[in-house]
Design a binder for this molecule. Structure first.
Ligand SMILES: NC(=O)c1ccc[n+]([C@@H]2O[C@H](COP(=O)([O-])OP(=O)(O)OC[C@H]3O[C@@H](n4cnc5c(N)ncnc54)[C@H](O)[C@@H]3O)[C@@H](O)[C@H]2O)c1
Length: 256
């Protein structure tokens, strides 16, 4: 491994940003931008990163990679400029890539500039091998998400399927479930089927993935602990970005 820690910039000093900073080991978050200046300043006071109150300042910072941990609108606004400034990018707000026109433009720029865009597994597991959908036939790829009605923002007293359709329809009708559905579709190379269930007895956000095709059959179930700073964000989402950063300089690449 390099003696120098990997220098990382961050957009979004909220819950995911804080977890990454608390757990940084082989990398250093050296620059932090947030559209709420107080968030960047607090983050800086706590973790020592340079606080940036203008996005343009981040482009001039000597960081190798930028983590977007902010919002779908932040991806749309900043991602292409990050690549053009010669930095790679990790995107948490993957829902932004549901817009095909934007996705094609972004990936075209990444290709032209020879830059990488990393999409962490986020709140699910298994995206590494679900990529086999891009190289072999797929019979079924279904994401079934079950949440407490309070997490879904509805007052449903019974266990009930509140959405059934494709990932791209889910983006329109159930945006709260977008990141995971879009990640799964991108990994598999096809529009995944999605069900969203409301269950008053479920205390965690649960995702089940049912996948079958040329390889055989798989079933993955994840019951996520919430992160302490933002109950809507599973702790796993931050940890999955952390594991990408910790492994970027590792010569042994496992399962990616
Ligand atoms: N891929 C996944 O599976 C997955 C899972 C959980 C969360 N996420 C996404 O990760 C992102 C971060 O989650 P979080 O829990 O840290 O959120 P958070 O609300 O705790 O923090 C987000 C921070 O980003 C800042 N921000 C928002 N829009 C911005 C913009 N346009 N420019 C600059 N700063 C901006 C906010 O001020 C806030 O400080 C969210 O978009 C969330 O949807 C993805």
């Amino acid at each position: 491994m390099d003696a120098q820690p990997l220098a990382v910039g961050i957009i979004g000093c909220g819950n995911v940003g804080r977890i990454l900073a608390e757990k940084q080991n082989t990398f250093r978050i050296t620059a932090a931008y947030d559209c709420v200046p107080g968030c960047a300043l607090d983050f800086s006071a706590r973790f020592g990163a340079k606080p940036l109150t203008e996005f343009a300042e981040l482009l001039a910072e000597p960081v190798e990679i930028v983590v977007e941990a902010a919002s779908v609108s932040a991806v749309r606004e900043y991602a292409i400029d990050v690549l053009r400034s010669g930095k790679d990018l990790i995107i948490l707000s993957v829902g932004a890539l549901a817009d095909e026109t934007f996705r094609i433009e972004l990936l075209g720029e990444a290709r032209r500039l020879n830059r990488k865009i990393h999409v962490p597994s986020g709140a699910i597991m298994g995206l590494d091998n679900i990529r086999i959908g891009q190289v072999s036939s797929v019979d079924t790829i279904l994401l079934r998400t079950t949440k407490n009605p309070l997490s879904l923002g509805i007052g449903e007293p019974e266990t009930k399927c509140v959405f059934s359709g494709t990932a791209s329809e889910c983006v329109q009708r159930y945006p709260k479930n977008t990141n995971v559905a879009v990640s799964l579709s991108l990994a598999c190379g096809c529009d995944a089927s999605v069900e969203v269930w409301s269950d008053p007895g479920e205390t965690k956000n649960m995702h089940e993935i049912i996948f079958s095709g040329e390889f055989g059959e798989a079933y993955i179930r994840i019951r996520n602990n919430p992160s302490s700073g933002n109950g809507a964000t599973s702790r796993l989402a931050a940890l999955s970005a952390l594991s990408i950063l910790e492994n970027l300089k590792n010569p042994l690449v496992i399962g990616a």
